[in-house]
Ligand binder design. Structure first.
Ligand code: ATR
Length: 273
């Protein structure tokens, strides 16, 4: 790729971002699509300054990650309805100086689930009550899923359950999981602490579809246990790829090159070990 005076700049803003695979994914997408564009990681706590810089320098698009997904909302010129309802933005488009926020995490999770199973009318237990749980909870509710939130900290779990109009159970009381779908959104089981599992192995029932949004490792201990019990499992790679693919589509208007970005992300994850 030749970087020249026409190269368009994109990036991810967060703190920290040094482990982010978004630059790997988006640069693979730009390159595969023959675009003169580059995507960088910007590690900063100053989200306000970042947005001013985006406008001043004409940075075309930005991914937003921890801890800025909620804080960025009042600083934008416009926020898409779904992102507003969720209360989190993970994507900004710079439309000729107007900064517009979207949430692609939620539709990506739904897509990853729907690639494997029908969701509407089902029951779903979401483990965790952070930003990811919130995004997934809102979109599943809009799809007619009957939700329950389980969390370690009651205040946070109850708060999310109240926003979603659903039940809350304390995580430590989860002895038997009676649900059609289980979505695990906490970092428990993530590399390098990949021997951890958020629930006791005996809690799962065979008919439950289990999704873990962790993608490193591809198969978490929870998913290994679920497979051994005969459950259908969904790893976190699909959600990660789809959220980035949708960002690419929002920024460029082009069809995302899913195969190329999946290859790039899988290669980066394998070679990092
Ligand atoms: P994200 O935006 O990625 O969802 P987050 O907002 O930091 O991240 O939320 C992390 C979630 O994982 C929370 O539900 C957190 O539980 P608490 O509300 O009790 O903090 C959960 N979590 C993190 N570490 C955990 C652990 N070791 N055991 C159980 N839950 C954990």
């Amino acid at each position: 790729m030749i970087i020249n005076q026409h190269t368009e700049l994109f990036g991810v803003v967060g703190y920290p971002v040094n482990h982010s695979l978004s630059p790997t994914m988006q640069n693979a997408a730009f390159s595969e699509s023959g675009l003169n564009a580059v995507y960088l990681a910007f590690e900063t706590r100053d989200i306000g300054g970042c947005l001013k810089g985006m406008k001043a320098l004409g940075i075309r698009g930005m991914s937003v990650t921890i801890p800025h997904k909620s804080a960025v909302i009042p600083l934008l010129d416009e926020v898409d309805g779904l992102a507003k309802r969720i209360g989190a933005v993970n994507t900004i488009i710079n439309d000729e100086g107007r900064l517009i926020g979207y949430n692609t995490d939620a539709p990506a999770a739904l897509k990853a689930l729907e690639e494997s199973t029908e969701v509407s009318g089902k029951t779903c237990l979401i483990i965790g009550a952070g930003g990811a749980a919130r995004a997934i909870g809102f979109i599943l509710r809009e799809r007619g899923v009957h939700l329950t939130i389980a969390n370690r900290t009651a205040a946070r779990g109850e708060d999310l359950a109240n926003s979603l109009g659903c039940a809350y159970v304390p995580l430590k009381e989860l002895e038997v999981v009676e649900t059609d779908l289980l979505v695990q959104t906490t970092p428990v089981g993530m590399y390098p602490k990949d021997e951890q599992c958020i629930i006791s192995p005996g809690a799962l029932k065979e008919r439950t579809v289990v999704m873990d949004i962790i993608y490193n490792p591809f198969e978490t201990r929870l998913l290994r246990i679920a497979t051994a019990r005969g459950c259908l499992t969904i790893n976190g790679l699909g959600m990660f790829i789809h959220q980035g693919a949708e960002q690419f589509r929002l920024w460029t208007g082009l069809k995302p090159p899913i195969a190329a970005i999946t290859r790039a992300v899988e290669m980066a994850l394998t070679s990092a070990k």
